[in-house]
Ligand binder design. Structure first.
Ligand SMILES: Nc1ncnc2c1ncn2[C@@H]1O[C@H](COP(=O)(O)OP(=O)(O)O)[C@@H](O)[C@H]1O
Ligand SMILES: Nc1ccn([C@H]2C[C@H](O)[C@@H](COP(=O)(O)O)O2)c(=O)n1
Length: 285
């Protein structure tokens, strides 16, 4: 399995911890109950503790978390390709005291000299599973990454949730991902979300029309994305709407703040200012 081959430190550590503890669990106690009762070492991973603020529903006890993670509220910025997520994060990082985590796109474009993002766009049936396995791994790594500064809020570009509910779902529904690949990715996703705490306190949805994204995407001119047709952005848009607005696709990990994002840059900065309090107040919810 690719994840094993890549040997991602956090995931394998979590897996090892669970496996090791399971091996010595008393036979009269279920594995789940036993894990709940465990107080794991104060090394890299520990059991969820009480939180400084009141948003506790996404941090159920018994899941593994990175030390300190539960103390900092997490905002995920979601939206279609080229909707303006990076631009939004840049703006807030310049104007507020926040910790910003961008999507690890450079890793998706270059893993040991290979470009799974480019391969996926060339032949999604063959390479969709490869890219999305790596996206899932690298997004989990982002979610679990240690706090890098003392900023009171963390703002992330996308999440492990949109990777699954939007991109994997789209590949499968459009017939470009074989059912077995979808099943493997879903099993991984279900295991991760059942066993590892992935706190999200607010989703900021940059809501755009697919046409706007198509224009911005052409303007950005990322080599791999030159083959993206408008129809692809329309499918992704529909899934975003189903997940974040209609709420019919999958459960939401956090409340959603919708920001209309078809406007020009100047007006968008105004929109961000208008919503600044709502977004950053997440830290005192
Ligand atoms: N409001 C806007 N109006 C016009 N162009 C924009 C706007 N926001 C971002 N862009 C441009 O659109 C492209 C995609 O924006 P980006 O922030 O990289 O999107 P994302 O991170 O969602 O893919 C970039 O070239 C960026 O400069
Ligand atoms: N799970 C994912 C996440 C992203 N991508 C692609 C889409 C874009 O080509 C690129 C980066 O996205 P952006 O930040 O520009 O919206 O990665 C994907 O295929 N699967």
């Amino acid at each position: 399995m690719m994840v094993a081959a890549l040997g991602m430190a956090q995931l394998s550590r979590c897996v090892r911890l669970l496996t090791a503890r399971r091996a010595v669990a008393p036979s009269s106690v279920s594995a789940a109950e036993y894990h709940r009762a465990l107080m794991l070492d104060a090394g890299n991973v520990s059991r969820v503790q009480s939180r400084a603020h009141s948003v506790t529903q996404h941090r159920p006890p018994g899941k593994l978390v990175r030390d300190g993670e539960e103390k900092k509220p997490v905002i995920c910025v979601e939206g279609n390709i080229a909707s303006g997520k990076t631009t939004c994060l840049e703006y807030f990082s310049k104007t507020s005291n926040i910790e910003v985590l961008t999507e690890p796109v450079s890793k998706w474009r270059n893993i040991r000299g290979h470009n799974p993002l480019g391969l996926m766009y060339q032949d999604p049936e063959r390479w969709g599973i490869t890219l999305q396995t790596y996206v899932q791994l690298t997004m989990l790594d982002r979610h679990l990454s240690s706090v890098v500064n003392s900023a009171p809020v963390r703002m992330m570009e996308r999440s492990i949730f949109s990777a699954k509910y939007i991109f994997v779902e789209n590949l499968f529904r459009s017939g470009k991902m074989p059912e077995v690949d979808y099943a493997v990715l879903s099993e991984w996703f279900d295991w991760i979300t059942a066993n590892i705490s992935i706190p999200v306190d607010l989703i900021v949805y940059l809501q755009t029309s697919p046409q706007t994204c198509h224009e911005r995407l052409k303007q950005r001119c990322r080599e791999e994305e030159k083959v993206i047709p408008l129809e692809y952005l329309e499918s992704l848009h529909q899934l975003h709407e189903d997940w974040l607005i209609k709420q019919t696709l999958a459960s939401l990990p956090a409340p959603v703040l919708v920001i209309p994002a078809d406007h020009d840059l100047q007006k968008m900065l105004h929109q961000y200012e208008k919503n600044r309090e709502k977004i950053l107040a997440t830290s005192s919810v």
